[in-house]
Write a protein that binds this ligand. Structure first.
Ligand SMILES: Cc1cc2nc3c(=O)[nH]c(=O)nc-3n(C[C@H](O)[C@H](O)[C@H](O)COP(=O)(O)OP(=O)(O)OC[C@H]3O[C@@H](n4cnc5c(N)ncnc54)[C@H](O)[C@@H]3O)c2cc1C
Length: 366
């Protein structure tokens, strides 16, 4: 089939990857450059959902995607020869508050063996063995062994390069309209004219709502700005990624310590701000006081595609045959990217998704 994909973020590029792998003719439309928005500037933490923390369908989908990630790093290296810097990096969810600590301990006690996770409760003593620089305000943390980190820009680009090596084409233009005849999608429109296609996958991140609204399809996805600070921090690098409240700190493969983040509802404004910089640094220093001596190297901001229930939208039955909507990765869009791609590719070509996406239909917002 001839499939047009709108959006060159992780959702669009993963869709291109799986479609081209299955032998379909793929054309991807990106108005800026590939991975030039959230998919290129995310942290790249791939953390399994803590049991009981999210809806079971979401957890199953996330686990499936993490399984795909584990195979993808090698597959991508074989096809395009690049390294997406996927490493296993345990994460610890830190707590400073007794009530929150009790809640997390309960999760650990109830579910530790249920999912076969390497999950442990660590007291401050054990935490300080892992990193003696953690503040003594921290009372403990939930350690998750099977967590990963990767370079989201390299992942997105490698997915695209693998698709391209199988014949996929990119058109560097904005899609202004999705063409529909009767009840069927017939292609997309750019300033260069009409491009005909048998199916269209709309993976336009937080911009998906505007694009699909003109077809009368209400996609409740909105931009949620997040900012990250990259620091040149005193040695040694952090061996684990640390998470607390909405924030985190980890030393990435570039040798820098990345700290974040914010959740800001400011529309499509993706500029960095001094307020966010100060808040993120204050929060990180409260957990890791040694970061006071770090030097700021870079500050970035980008927009997450967020839905009201924080679950993705992956739907091939939106009332127009051949049209699939794929967005709403939210704070986990990199982790969910491969599963969003494989499901979207299957739905666009009239197949069944290999992973259950029934909980991610647009109909749930009706
Ligand atoms: C600070 C921050 C940290 C994050 N950290 C993590 C993390 O650690 N782990 C994790 O799993 N996730 C993380 N995320 C979330 C993740 O980055 C996003 O959920 C994910 O990248 C969204 O991918 P996407 O492909 O849906 O959208 P995008 O990456 O936004 O891609 C959409 C693309 O569509 C293009 N486009 C839009 N409209 C059109 C049009 N009309 N025509 C042509 N092209 C169009 C845009 O130019 C854009 O390139 C983070 C996000 C932020 C902001």
């Amino acid at each position: 089939m001839k499939v047009a994909i709108i959006g060159g973020g992780v959702a669009g590029c993963a869709t291109a990857y799986y479609l081209s792998k299955a032998g379909h003719e793929v054309t991807l439309f990106e108005r800026d450059s590939l991975a030039s928005h959230a998919s290129g500037f995310a942290l790249g933490g791939i953390n399994p959902v803590i049991p009981g923390a999210r809806e079971p369908e979401y957890k199953a989908f996330s686990d499936y995607s993490i399984g795909l990630h584990r195979g993808l790093a090698q597959e991508l290296a074989d096809v395009v020869g690049g390294d997406i810097n996927l490493i296993r990096k345990p994460s610890v969810k830190l707590v400073r508050d007794e009530a929150e600590g009790n809640e997390l301990r309960l999760v650990y006690e109830e579910h530790a063996t249920e999912y076969g996770y390497d999950m442990r409760w660590l007291g401050l003593g054990e935490l300080s063995h892992i990193d003696a620089r953690i503040s003594s305000d921290v009372i403990g943390g939930l350690y998750i062994g099977e967590a990963f980190e990767l370079d989201p820009y390299k992942l997105t680009l490698s997915l695209w390069q693998a698709a391209e090596s199988r014949g996929a084409q990119m058109i560097n233009k904005e899609v202004t309209e999705i063409s529909v005849t009767g009840n069927r999608v017939t292609g997309v429109v750019t300033e260069g004219g009409v491009f005909e296609a048998d199916a269209v996958a709309a993976a336009a991140g937080p911009w998906s709502g505007g694009l699909l609204g003109s077809l009368g399809i209400d996609v409740p996805v909105s931009p949620l700005r997040g900012q990250i600070i990259r620091l040149d921090a005193p040695s040694p690098p952090m061996k684990l990624s640390l998470w607390w409240d909405h924030d985190y700190a980890t030393t990435k493969s570039d040798g820098l310590t990345w700290i974040g983040t914010t959740e800001e509802e400011v529309g499509f404004d993706d500029r960095t701000t001094d307020e966010a910089r100060d808040r993120i640094i204050t929060s990180a220093v409260s957990i890791l006081p040694y970061l006071e001596d770090a030097e700021l190297v870079q500050q970035t901001a980008c927009l997450r595609p967020m839905t009201p229930d924080k679950m993705p939208i992956i739907d091939g039955s939106v009332g127009i045959e051949g049209l699939v909507v794929s967005t709403g990765g939210g704070r986990q869009g990199i982790a969910l990217g491969p599963a969003m791609g494989i499901a979207t590719a299957a739905l666009a070509t009239g197949g069944n998704s290999p992973v259950d996406v029934s909980a991610f239909s647009l109909g749930r917002f009706a």
